[in-house]
Design a protein around this ligand. Structure first.
Ligand SMILES: [Zn+2]
Ligand SMILES: [Zn+2]
Length: 220
């Protein structure tokens, strides 16, 4: 781990888009990335102002909405792989910049937190990319970061089919402390079905959160 950190300090970083030295995605290439051309309800995909969860889907989730910063392809896909597997500080900073581009769509938030990874994965990688990302977002947004969620062991989920996994997901998280009406911003790198974000939102609301809004770099 220390060795890779040293390598990271000395290895030149080149833009994934144009190769220019200095950033994982340079400012020019970052500006050229268009935000997804429409915002939609994360659960049903219906076009929706600012990514809010639609009335119908709100019957099944307490997650108020999801802001997605970019499409999952090209340099963004590459960026996310780096976040997941290389713990590059520069990749985290670039991803945080991308997430901040959606800030105009966020409702009022007071606290930033992240989706926890299973303890086994944390041991394996030595870090949680969502936590690194959430901390970088909090710093840039001038908001406090707090770890608020824990995750039950994943072993009981192995062998279940996708449908069962999704159903189990709501029981997989718990809040580690009580909240007093705070409006929480939940950060993750990629959103797929949104079941994980919804399950985290459930746990936060059960602990007393006033509302939960999520942000992700891309939708897969
Ligand atoms: Zn570039
Ligand atoms: Zn919907």
């Amino acid at each position: 781990m220390i060795f890779s950190r040293i390598l990271e300090i000395f290895a030149p970083i080149n833009c994934l888009g144009c190769g220019f030295e200095g950033d994982v995605i340079c400012t020019t290439c970052l500006d050229a990335l268009s935000l997804p051309d429409r915002t939609s309800c994360y659960a049903c995909g219906r076009t929706n102002l600012r990514g809010r969860t639609c009335e119908v889907c709100l019957r099944g989730t307490v997650l108020a909405g999801v802001s997605v910063a970019a499409r999952y392809d090209g340099v963004v896909k590459e960026l996310i792989l780096r976040l997941k597997f290389h713990r590059l500080r520069a990749a985290t900073e670039t991803a945080a910049k991308l997430l901040l581009r959606t800030a105009q769509d966020w409702p009022e938030v007071q606290l930033v937190t992240s989706v926890p990874v299973a303890a086994s994965r944390h041991r394996e990688r030595g870090y949680n990319q969502s936590e690194l990302l959430a901390k970088a977002v909090a710093l840039r947004a001038g908001l406090p970061y707090q770890p608020l969620l824990g995750r039950l062991t994943a072993t009981h989920q192995i062998g279940l089919d996708r449908r069962n996994r999704l159903e189990q997901a709501s029981g997989a998280f718990y809040a580690i402390r009580a909240l007093e009406g705070q409006k929480v911003l939940l950060v993750d790198d990629v959103v797929t079905t949104g079941a994980t974000l919804s399950a985290c939102a459930d746990a936060l609301r059960s602990a007393g959160a006033g509302s939960v809004w999520a942000v992700a770099v891309a939708r897969h």
